[in-house]
Design a protein around this ligand. Structure first.
Ligand code: SF4
Length: 336
């Protein structure tokens, strides 16, 4: 480590003392439709992430998790548009800054790790060259120092026999090994925010836990902020400090991890926990009869909610604070 730019491992930065790395306020994304108003797919999302903390963003397929990650990176797919809200990075409002002038350098300040590592790796470059190239591009280090740093990153992500793996080709790696290499590339330039978008779902359980433990340790030690996107709420029980629950483009609950698992307040959160507990009885108890065809309730969860009342059909619930650090979007949250 003496012949290279040191990794910024120092006193761990706690969530309480660090300034927000990312602060989203009211982020709204819509897609135009022919002969109809734009379809709003993310609706007023608030999200704050500090250095050294892992935030678990949980929701089912189609809830808008990946789209939110793309919006953070300024890369909304298709003809979707950011139609409302602000996005602040390190306290600077970057919502309207053009890509060329943005202070955020994707891959340098914000790293995205996705679920298919093999697609991320260049098949015609060795592992060592891929990491080295990224380091040279973003940090401008000379080749020998970049290679030393690349090797240090392979050691940091616990790749066995890292000197030999530097010379390996992507097709020679197992799935878990390839995912570690992708994480090494993502963290090699010490980004301030790491977004893991369902990054470990394709791995077997043992490897998944190893990779997540390693990712969590690196987030803690380097004081970067982690946004951990997943459909699997069980994983967040181990690897998140705070949970944000997304349902059909809205945040419906936000809470510190322990408070959430002790006492979830939104009926949808309870359904997620029923799946977590593999409790068919709990799931049945918290699943409602569907609403009659044609009824368009104001609360997006009303058609599945056992607690719905007339008010839920006519008045959209606001996301409101129920305790310090806890917010829930429900007229009749679960108490106690
Ligand atoms: S607002 Fe009503 S329908 Fe919506 S989640 Fe709360 S109780 Fe259920």
């Amino acid at each position: 480590m003496t012949d290279m730019t040191p990794l910024p491992v120092s006193t761990p930065i706690t969530a309480e003392t660090a300034p927000p790395v990312l602060d989203l306020r009211g982020i709204t994304v819509a897609y135009p439709r022919h002969d109809a108003p734009p379809q709003v797919v993310l609706d007023g999302i608030d999200l704050t992430i500090r250095g050294g903390e892992m935030v678990g963003l949980v929701g089912e397929t189609g809830a808008g998790k990946t789209l939110l990650a793309r919006a953070i990176l300024g890369n909304i797919p298709g003809d979707g548009r950011l139609t409302g809200g602000t996005l602040a990075y390190r306290g600077q409002d970057i919502t309207r800054i053009a890509e060329d002038d943005s202070p955020v350098r994707p891959g340098r300040d914000i790293a995205l790790i996705v679920s298919n590592p093999r697609r991320e790796l260049n098949p015609v470059l060795t592992v060592g060259d891929q990491i080295t190239n990224v380091i040279r591009h973003h940090l401008g280090l000379p080749k020998d120092k970049a290679e030393a740093r690349a090797l240090a990153m392979l050691k940091a992500v616990a790749i066995p026999d890292p000197e030999r793996r530097m010379k390996a080709w992507p097709h020679e790696l197992s799935g878990g090994m390839a995912q570690r290499v992708v994480i090494a590339i993502a963290l090699a330039c010490t980004p301030e925010l790491v977004i893991s978008d369902d990054a470990t779902s394709a791995l077997d359980v043992t490897v998944q836990l190893q990779v997540l433990e390693m990712l969590q340790a690196l987030v803690r030690e380097q004081g970067v902020a982690g946004l951990f996107i997943t459909r699997d709420i069980a994983i967040t029980a181990h690897f998140s400090d705070r949970l944000v629950i997304l349902y059909r483009g809205e945040v419906v609950e936000e809470a510190p991890r322990d408070a959430f698992f002790d006492r979830p307040q939104h009926p949808y959160s309870i359904l997620l926990l029923a799946a977590f507990a593999h409790s068919e009885e709990m799931r049945a108890r918290w699943t409602a009869e569907p609403l009659p065809a044609g009824v368009k309730p104001a609360c997006r969860f009303a058609d599945r909610c056992v607690r719905r009342q007339d008010r839920c059909l006519t008045e959209r619930p606001a996301l409101r604070e129920t305790a310090p650090g806890r917010r829930v979007r429900c007229h009749f949250p679960v108490e106690g």
